[in-house]
Design a protein around this ligand. Structure first.
Ligand code: PHE
Length: 444
């Protein structure tokens, strides 16, 4: 099989992890939950829960060197064929990609429109964002552009497509963020942003905040859809999967924190509210950029480009688990599997965007949610947590402990193994089950 180089794996897994989740979602939920205390809880969730599941997926992938479905069967101590059903998680990737591509399309539209002008008032910015989410033709145009790009990269394979794209886009993304961070550092509000993000006020923490932090830790590390497992199957044998997992978690967390600092500095500088919700980067930021004249325009273009780069490297990683599954189980060629998976997510994406329009909205809404929201809900609130619980229960109870021990002890101490094992066997499944029950409780 096509293998990554070790650095190629770290870049690709980091490319998958760093996405809209870091630059768009993390800042806005941090804003909604009031800053510092939420950040602290989030960091704990990454360290104790996210990283454990990341290492779990990475172990299974590297050990079994196959698609999600066969990997579970191969790794289970009794080689029980029923584990093939764990392969259900690869479909989450296609569903997420459907609406992720639509959102990436919005961002691409913002890159293009930032060249001509930026909205000068929040009401104008809000209205033009709302209009975009209802504009069928523009959205189909950008969704198609993103889909074709993703399919083109994925067609070229792990090494020539995915590794190469990450090798180019990840440094570019780092460069843009570094530039924006330097600019933020030069502004007076930087210290206020630091205070907002790093001085915890525990009165702002409630159960919702805990659950949001846990859900975000999963999403941002690309867990629960088989991406990390599938990428790890292309990790050279014998390379240290624990160390590379740690590097990816550090890169991902740093980028989320840096994005938060940049965005809150900009918001505070303009005296804008920090709790603006999902519209934060689409509505609040463009207005601020507009007040900075031509420099603001350059910053707007760079910022939205950074989001596109981060999003593309995540998007290609969402399709890979399903591809490997189709290629290995149904002996499809990479080309036909890509066409099939591409068609599925592209069509689902069209359904998602139509469901926000006035024309088709009511046709494509069920029990109070439109198709776009349903796709988000089903994946991030049901399928991904289920897959994560399954992965942990699998390793904790259905895989030979000796096998885990020997694989881990090549790379780490007995103590680290024991802590990881306890987390995966007890704490993580329990924490995610609570998350799952809670999210499902919100269904009606
Ligand atoms: N981690 C990506 C982000 O933060 C999203 C993602 C989820 C990518 C699942 C792959 C798999 O945007």
């Amino acid at each position: 099989m096509n293998k990554f180089s070790r650095i190629g794996f770290i870049l690709a897994a980091a490319g998958s992890a760093v996405g809209l989740g870091n630059i768009w979602k993390f800042p806005y939920i941090t804003g909604e939950f009031g800053g510092g205390a939420f950040v602290l809880v989030y960091l704990l969730c990454i360290l104790l829960i996210g990283l454990s599941v990341f290492i779990a997926e990475s172990f299974i992938g590297q050990y079994a060197e196959s698609n999600v479905s066969s990997a579970f069967v191969k790794t289970s101590s009794k080689k029980n064929p029923l584990w093939k059903y764990a392969g259900f998680m690869v479909f989450s990737g296609l569903i997420i990609l459907a609406f992720y591509s639509v959102v990436l399309g919005w961002i691409l539209h913002y890159v293009v429109s930032s060249f001509s002008s930026l909205p000068s008032e929040a009401s104008i910015a809000g209205a033009s964002f709302a209009a975009l989410t209802k504009d069928i033709n523009t959205q189909i145009f950008y969704h198609t552009l993103i889909s074709v790009t993703v399919i083109y990269i994925v067609l070229k394979g792990i090494k020539e497509g995915i590794e190469k794209v990450n090798l180019i886009l990840m440094p570019l993304l780092a460069l843009i963020l570094f530039g924006l961070l330097l600019y933020a550092l030069s502004l007076d509000s930087f210290s206020k942003a630091m205070g907002f993000m790093f001085v915890p006020d525990f009165s702002k923490i409630n159960a919702d905040a805990l659950l949001a932090a846990l859900g975000q830790a999963f999403f941002t590390l690309s867990l629960g859809i088989g991406t990390i497992l599938t990428y790890s199957a292309a990790l050279p044998k014998g390379s240290n999967f624990i160390k590379s997992s740690l590097y990816v978690a550090i890169i991902d967390t740093s980028i989320a924190l840096i994005s938060g600092l940049i965005i809150f500095t900009f918001l505070f500088e303009a005296g804008a509210p920090s709790a603006a919700g999902p519209g934060l980067v689409f509505i609040s930021l463009p207005v601020i950029f507009s007040s900075w004249g031509i420099l603001g325009q350059v910053i707007a273009i760079s910022f939205f480009m950074a989001l596109v780069f981060a999003g593309i490297t995540s998007a290609v990683s969402m399709i890979e688990p399903a591809l490997m599954f189709f290629i290995e189980r149904f002996k499809m060629t990479r080309r036909s599997a890509t066409v099939l998976c591409g068609a599925i997510f592209y069509i689902l994406g069209i359904i998602a965007l139509l469901s926000m329009s006035d024309e088709y909205g009511s046709l494509l809404s069920f029990s109070g949610k439109n198709a776009f929201d349903w796709m988000d809900f089903i994946t991030s609130s049901v399928m991904m947590p289920l897959a994560a619980i399954l992965t942990c229960v699998f390793l904790g109870y259905f895989v030979d402990k000796k096998l885990l021990q020997t694989s881990f002890e090549k790379h780490t101490s007995v103590l680290v193994f024991n802590i990881w094992y306890m987390l995966v066997k007890y704490l993580v499944p329990l924490a995610i089950t609570i998350l799952l029950i809670n999210k499902l409780g919100l269904i009606s």
